[in-house]
Each structure stands twice: as structure tokens, then as C-alpha cells.
Design a protein around this ligand. Sequence first.
Ligand SMILES: [Mg+2]
Length: 248
Amino acid sequence: MADTLGRTHPTIQAKADNAATGPVRLVLFDIDGTLVSTGGAGMKAFGEAFEAAFGVTNVTGQIKFAGRTDYSLFREMCRHGGIDCTAENRELFFSHYLRLVDNHLDASKGGPFPGVVRMLDELAAMPDAPALGLLTGNIREGARRKLVAYGLWDRFALGGFSDDDEDRNLIAAAAAAKGGEYLERQLAGPEIVVVGDTPKDISCGKHIGARTLGVATGGATLEALRACGPDWAVADLTHLSATKVCGR
Ligand SMILES: [Mg+2]
């Protein structure tokens, strides 16, 4: 958005009218590319796990990972590798994946993106603080290992994961429902903010009627995120305060 001098700024506030819609009660964060970089740990472990489970190599090369769910990635890898996408094969694959992802997390140079820890601190310190949750395509145990590695797992009270569904829109619905259970009342869409780094994050947030915040630290450029019409789009989370996001 340009100011009166025609300068552009990394932060836009396109649609949210916090005063009109009331305070936010739940903030849901994507993990990869949004909270943390894992230095490609997940992607490397996916390829290696497929080889360990089925003896098939080089199935990840043609696959785009950003914004995807683990279950949908597994289905696509099975298609490329000629493996039946059964529940038994999926269980076998993810047992190898969890073993291997730990190795890469240990070795990687990953960590939280700029502004992430400050934003989580600010949100938690707010009077009548919103609940913090995850909305991720990771399986729950994979999410836990990635965030434990960088000291962030305990920040979140709940989450929607690939275990809930293969479709990110339905993971968003599951995360919203869990937020409602946690807060002991059903939440209206605008009481929720979904934070993510890809157009898929923005669209799943819109699917549940939530406010959406695109952050260009991962799988998409700022321009690509803006084109999805989020309530905010920022280069990274240093450009936005918790107060602004939560409308108080
Ligand atoms: Mg992501």
C-alpha cells in the first residue's frame, strides 16, 4: 500500500476492521517458512524415508513442498514411485520419516524467522491474550519435533495437523474447532487469525472466515501473497505488532 508520498511499505492492512469485528481470540500459525526454517530437514527426510521404506529413490525432485500437507505429499510420492498409497504404507513411511527428520534437524542451521519470538512473546503478554495454535500440513509428531528443536513447541496450546486431514482447508476447520473446545465456546471466523507463508495458507484461512496474515519468509513472495487478498501481508513479522493483529 502506498502512502501519501507514493512510497510503498512492507505492511498492508487491506481489509481487517478490528474495531468493527471485535478482538481476536485465537491465532493459528503455519510452521515451515512461517515460524521456522528447518534448513530443508523435512524435505530431505521425506526423500530418504521413501527410499528406506520402499527402496525407491528420487521421488521428491519433481514435487513442490511449500504449503502442502504431509499426507498429500506422501500420496504424490506414491504416484511418482509406483507405490500403493495405503494406510499401512503411510504408517511405514512416517515411522522412517520421524526417525530421519531428527537427524536433519540436529544438523541443520535452521531457526525462527525474524520477529517470530517477539510476536509470540507480545501475543502471550497481552491482557486477555488470545490462544495460540498451529495450523500446519505437518503430521503432529513431525510438527512437535521441528518446534521442540527450536524451543517453540510449548508456546502453542493446540493445533490442526495433517493427521486431521489431507486437505489444508479441513485442517483449518479442525484447528478452529479445537480452538473452540479449548476456549469453551465456538469461535466466529473473524475471531481467528491465520498466519502463513504461502497462498495455500491464505486460502485455508479464508475458508474458515478467519482474518489472514501472509508473511513472505518462506514459500512465496510478498507480491504473490498480496495478490491473494490477505488482511495483512508483511516481509517478516518484525513489521507488525501483536496489538495491530489482535485489534486492541
Ligand atoms: Mg509454510
